[in-house]
Design a protein around this ligand. Sequence first.
Ligand code: N01
Length: 530
Amino acid sequence: MTTTRDVIVVGAGIAGIYAMYRALEAGLDVVGIEAGESVGGTWFWNRYPGARCDVESVDYSYSFDRQLEMDWTWSERFATQPEIRAYLDHVADRYDLRRHFVFSRRVTTARFDEQASTWTLTTDDGVQHHSRFLIMATGCLSAPIRPDLPGIDDYAGTMLFTAQWPDQPVDLSGKRVGLIGTGSSGIQVAPIIAEQAESLTVFQRSPNYTVPARNRLLTAEELREVQETYPQRREASRYAPAGSLSATHPKKATEVSAEERQAAFEARWQEGGVLFAKTFPDQSTDIVANDYAREFAEAKIRSIVEDPEVADDLIPKDHPIGTKRIVTDSGYYAMYNRANVELVNLRKHAIEQVTTWGIKTDDASYELDVIVFATGFDALTGALTSIDLRGARGAVLADEWADGPTTYLGLGIAGFPNLITVNGPGSPSVLANMATHTEQQVDWAIDLIQHCREHGIDQAEPRADAAEKWTEHLGEVAAGTLFTRAPSWYMGANIEGKTRTFMPYIGGFGNYRRICDEVRDTGYEGFVLS
Ligand code: N01
């Protein structure tokens, strides 16, 4: 006999864990499916040395249980991957969530039956699962890219991927290591490799702006103060532009003197972290303001990196600062002053091929024992479109999104009834604190499911015109910023052939929450409920 559940949750990362918790709390019959062997999502897979969150640890945590936030002790300003993984393990165990998940199974197909109003999911072992609703908590940076370099399969050394790093420590001492990729992952892992390995050769296609993280241990007093004031802190975060506390200079960069501007940038640089990109309120909308920030960062790079040619190669030329995800690092630029580190600028000398012994560019040969790939993800859409996902009236998700994702509020997709995406395209997603964002979206999803159950509604599907209007609005808001000028993964620009469109909602997390609340409170305007 087949069991049709109320809900299937796909994914056991920060969003899937919370979706499972809320579904159970609401008394729903639910099962979760997770490709990894355990909970953790991003923090399960990305185990490379140096992996660390760029949102402060005290904020990158659930707020749903006052006791949980009082009990958990964060040890550093920015938590390491092992600490976040331990936290998510703790949450899964504390609320006894694990037994509701099927682990080590990847969803391959999802089909909606219009007559029965149910979803059928098939996993890679051929097993089928049925449910009325589907919560896709599949992650926004969870479909890693393996670059299609000529000869890559011939390489006889060790290949490591930051997004699928081995669970056991890797000893790189005495090894000649090559690193491809200089985004957040590559920039985090590089200084640690440089310390361990005999040599590190960084193959850089595009430089990124990175600011010092200035990570440090949290004192017991600091943590206690945050814990005591959590209720106010969380409430403010729920309506903050990026889902955690931040403030900009009260005046625009273009309104202050050169000295005041310099002092403000310097203060943020010294403070460390991604908020450098938000020093002034006009920094991501006015190119003049952005240029001030860019020039400041460039002067910093030139002051740290001793070789002027290397410094020049490390300075991005193709985007305003902050319009690609700004990176935070621990000693990245200074690493280039080490004798065992070399930068290869692939814009000057492209990779011709990977050989059995290393990498050959059009200018030189590099013998390597290990190649580390930190080559990014098919962001926001990849985890969803890689599933053969078919909705009502013959809709196939990969086809529907061929020209870019169209969603309603980043929560529903026309043609796909009873399917809710969490942290996906069309919502603030990667522009917000994932913990706060997850709670808002999952709460909204559970409210919708409860509403349907209470009112005898079998299907909830966004109207096509509502989804188009929302997606248009998304584009208009993005067009008012400098973000659309960057060849970023926000734009789909890191994947050849992917339609370039700004995928997350950049109108602010607090505003987004209010819009979603209003839709809910007015009886799910924009949805067809039947
Ligand atoms: O991936 P990326 P990531 N040949 O896409 C290069 C979050 N995150 O994993 O720019 C040569 O940024 C590619 O070059 P190019 C964070 O949101 C957060 O580093 O396409 N190079 C680029 O340099 C982040 O933004 C944290 O020219 C190739 C790199 O690989 C997001 O995840 C830590 C190539 C990919 O960079 C993604 O970051 C880690 C090729 N064939 C991640 N293909 C923190 O919280 C790709 N590249 C701190």
